[in-house]
Design a protein around this ligand. Structure first.
Ligand SMILES: CC(C)(COP(=O)(O)OP(=O)(O)OC[C@H]1O[C@@H](n2cnc3c(N)ncnc32)[C@H](O)[C@@H]1OP(=O)(O)O)[C@@H](O)C(=O)NCCC(=O)NCCS
Length: 259
């Protein structure tokens, strides 16, 4: 996978914050694969693994201590601490479930055990395509504490996942799923309201442009946002999207901080 090497230095957070990115994992020297994109403003505290593209939308509030890999996340997503998304699967029907067979550079053991045959070992590694399929998390999703989400699942817009759930299957939009394995308990709203919300896709807008809307009364809020759109009072939010090239430019010594 094509990647850009970026030296973020030891204290990049002030520069990142100035540009709407509260992402402490972006520090030191990293290889960021192409397709990675963060839309400002966003706050992403957990450990980020950069082996696959990560895409995270604006207005996300993602707490620390968990980890994220190979995931696409929409806007206005709230994720509590200890949530794990994108863990690797291991081959269970091969000679061994160990990753050594498809990732021989694991812990650099290939250099320790066979320093004269590094090239041969790398050339002969097996391919394991199912290691980490992409996980998709829609817009306005709320994920409770310490949830595990199996790689490759899709969590629909507006869904809620209860604390400590283990999500192994797709979760439909606007449903509340809990338990291990997670099962849908109930929808968040009536079918009619869900239809209106899915048509409206309010997350295209900045909630700051929607000040005055009755956020605490969903039916009125939908009608008010519909009206503002019809009156052309608001336009969709276009957050700056930071990819590897933009981040590299920001952190090269000659780059000027972006206003
Ligand atoms: C999922 C959640 C939102 C449900 O809220 P709710 O709809 O008000 O649910 P209730 O408390 O009425 O419970 C409904 C049923 O689901 C069960 N349930 C609720 N949360 C559960 C969970 N996390 N795991 C398993 N079962 C759960 C309840 O025991 C109850 O079961 P019953 O009908 O058999 O008695 C809430 O329980 C939760 O997990 N919140 C996450 C909090 C969190 O992690 N915050 C971090 C800050 S971002």
């Amino acid at each position: 996978m094509e990647a850009t090497e970026i030296d973020f230095g030891s204290n990049p957070l002030p520069t990142l914050l100035q540009n709407g990115l509260k992402i402490p994992s972006l520090r030191g020297r990293l290889r960021i694969v192409s397709g990675t994109a963060f839309e400002a403003p966003t706050s992403v505290q957990p450990q980020l693994l950069f082996g696959y593209p990560l895409q995270i939308g604006a207005f996300c509030s993602i707490s620390g201590t968990g980890s994220l890999e190979n995931v696409q996340i929409g806007r206005y997503v709230s994720i509590a601490s200890g949530v794990v998304v994108g863990t690797h699967e291991h081959p269970m029907d091969w000679l061994t479930s160990s990753r050594i067979t498809y990732h021989p550079q694991l812990h650099d053991w290939h250099r320790f055990c066979a320093p004269d045959r590094v090239e041969e070992i790398l050339a002969n590694r097996c391919r394991f395509a199912g290691a980490c399929p992409t996980t998709r998390i829609g817009n306005d999703v709320w994920i409770g504490n310490s949830v595990f989400i199996k790689s490759g699942v899709t969590i629909g817009d507006g869904a809620v996942i209860g604390a400590r759930s283990v999500v192994t299957k797709d979760v439909p939009p606007y449903s509340i799923a809990v338990g291990s394995p997670a099962k849908v308990r109930r929808p968040r709203f009536s079918e009619r309201i869900v239809e209106r919300l899915m048509r409206l896709r309010w997350w295209r807008y900045s909630l700051y442009d929607l000040a005055g809307v009755s956020f605490d009364c969903v039916e009125s809020a939908i009608s008010q946002v519909e009206q503002r759109i019809a009156d052309q009072d608001i336009s969709p939010y276009q957050g700056r999207v930071w990819g590897p090239g933009d981040l590299k430019a920001l952190f090269t010594p000659e780059a000027k901080p972006v206003a």
